[in-house]
Each structure stands twice: as structure tokens, then as C-alpha cells.
Write a protein of this length. Structure first.
Length: 292
């Protein structure tokens, strides 16, 4: 089972700031989405509304064709794990958190949960507040994945884990997604580290939609041009340059903008190599705005 999401003219206002600004977005079910945005862009507010943590007051959100707020059928099938530490409850033990998830989540997989706890070395008989930051993150990941919710959203929930644990998480997430397809949204600042998981990317900035595309299509908006320095400079003249590096007589320049077939033929004749631009470089360019 997978859930699609339809958002129409969604607006969220706080005193002195508009967190979400007339956002319209449609996400098909059964994909892994990367939700990208700078701090304060509205990512966490958006995910909280989708998860029915708060009521929509302007615009609409439909999950599987229905409004999620106070919708029992939907809310038990939507799982949002946030980096802010929703699972850290004073006096509660890990096994208590797992018991509650087991009771509330109809798709809960106990065997999978135990496998994740073993993988990330999370002790079940320890108080949640006694866990390290990495263990608390791993506990959140365990609840998020083992719930097998048709809509699973992870909002920076793996930031506390060290690099080996994060990479183990990426592998197990992809493995389980293939075996049990569902809609997964990953909100992250570790863009290049997680980019290989994304089927589509959603970028928001100042509460507005900047881009929503297949990952590879978005990366093809720019290119990394590598070759003899003089040839690279001539080829990229007039293009929007995102960054450049030089080593001896070789230069690499990252540019933004479509490079047509004729230009690619010229690049080949000049001995230049073209490759898709890094997703993080595109993200920085598309969201720099007035705050750069």
C-alpha cells in the first residue's frame, strides 16, 4: 500500500512570517522523495501538516484522497519521525516506545524492528533519556521503518548517527523499500550523502516551491565541464558558473543551464568531459536568493 499526496494553495502564517506560501504540489505514491530546503524554508511545518500534527487553515492537503487531520484511518498509516526528539520521553524505556509503536501501527514488523535495534546497537532495557544522541536517532529510524507505514516521513531524524551508521541506514532503507514499497519522504541537509536514494526531489525556499523533478532530470539542468583550462574557459563563457577548481593545466567548472546537442558536440571536439552537476550545487544555486 502506498499513499499519494495532493497539496493545493497551502499557506501557513506565524506572527511576522509566512512559513508556507501558496504551495501547490502533487506527489505520487510509491516513490522516495528528497525534501530539500534551507533552515526556515518550511520543511518541518509542511511535514507536520501532512502528518496531521496540526490543522490546515489555508488551502488543502489530501493524503490518499482524504484530509489527514483527525482522520483515524490515515493517521495510523502515516509515520513522521522528527529530529527534534519526539521519542525522548522522561522516564520511559526503549521497550515502552516499541510497545506503543507495536500497538498503534497496523503494519508493524517486530522481526524487522529487532534486526534494526541489533544493527544500530540500541539497548531495549535502557531509559530513552539515557541513550546517546546516535542511539536516540537509531531508535527513531527503527520506529519509522519497522512501522511500514504507507507514508513514512523522516525529518532529519538520522543526523545524530555517525557516518557508518547513516550509511547502514541508507542501505537498509533502500532494501526494505524495494521489498515493501511505500511512499517515503526524506528531509535532509546531507544532500550528496543521501541523493542516491531520491527518485524525485522537491526543493522549497521561503515556503515556496522552487523545483519538483526527477532527480536525474534536475541534475541535467547543469553540468561539470572538465578539461584543459583554456578550453574550459572558452566553452563556459557566458554561462552561469556555480563553482570551479583547477589542478595544474586541468580545470573543472560547474555551470547551470541546459547544454544543447550542438554545444555537447563542440565539447567533445575540444576534448572536454561533461557530467551531470552535483545535486547539492544545484540546491545551493536555486535557493541562494537574497540571502546569499
Amino acid at each position: 500500500m502506498t499513499f499519494g499526496i495532493e497539496i493545493q494553495d497551502l499557506t501557513v502564517r506565524y506572527p511576522g512570517v509566512t512559513a508556507i506560501d501558496s504551495l501547490t504540489l502533487k506527489l505520487e505514491g510509491g516513490k522516495i522523495y528528497g525534501l530539500l530546503g534551507r533552515n526556515g524554508s518550511g520543511k518541518t511545518t509542511l511535514l507536520s501538516l501532512i502528518a496531521a500534527f496540526r490543522r490546515v487553515t489555508e488551502g488543502t492537503i489530501l493524503v490518499d484522497g482524504e484530509a489527514p487531520f483527525e482522520n483515524e484511518r490515515l493517521t495510523q498509516q502515516i509515520c513522521l519521525i522528527r529530529e527534534s526528539g519526539d521519542l525522548v520521553v522522561e522516564g520511559e524505556y526503549v521497550k515502552g516506545i516499541l510497545h506503543r509503536a507495536r500497538m498503534l501501527r497496523p503494519g508493524w514488523d517486530e522481526e524487522f524492528a529487532q534486526r534494526l535495534l541489533d544493527l544500530f546497537e540500541v539497548p531495549v532495557n535502557r531509559g530513552v533519556t539515557k541513550l546517546s544522541r546516535g542511539q536516540r536517532s537509531a531508535l527513531g529510524i527503527t520506529v519509522g521503518l519497522a512501522s511500514r507505514a504507507p507514508l513514512t516521513m523522516l525529518d532529519e531524524s538520522y543526523l545524530g548517527m555517525d557516518a557508518p551508521s547513516r550509511y547502514a541506514f541508507y542501505d537498509v532503507l533502500l532494501e526494505d523499500y524495494i521489498a515493501h514499497p511505500r511512499t517515503i519522504i526524506l528531509s535532509t541537509h546531507l544532500i550528496e550523502e543521501v541523493a542516491r536514494l531520491f527518485e524525485q526531489v522537491v526543493i522549497i525556499d521561503n515556503g515556496r516551491l522552487v523545483a519538483h523533478e526527477d532527480t536525474e532530470s534536475l541534475r541535467m539542468r547543469g553540468a561539470a565541464v572538465v578539461g584543459p583550462a583554456a578550453a574550459v574557459d572558452d566553452f563556459t563563457t557566458g554561462m552561469t558558473v556555480l563553482g570551479e577548481q583547477r589542478l595544474g593545466g586541468t580545470k573543472s567548472v560547474t555551470v547551470y543551464g541546459e547544454i544543447g546537442r550542438d554545444a555537447r558536440a563542440v565539447a567533445a571536439d575540444w576534448g572536454l568531459e561533461l557530467s551531470p552537476v552535483a545535486l547539492q550545487d544545484l540546491f545551493v544555486h536555486l535557493t541562494k536568493g537574497d540571502r546569499a
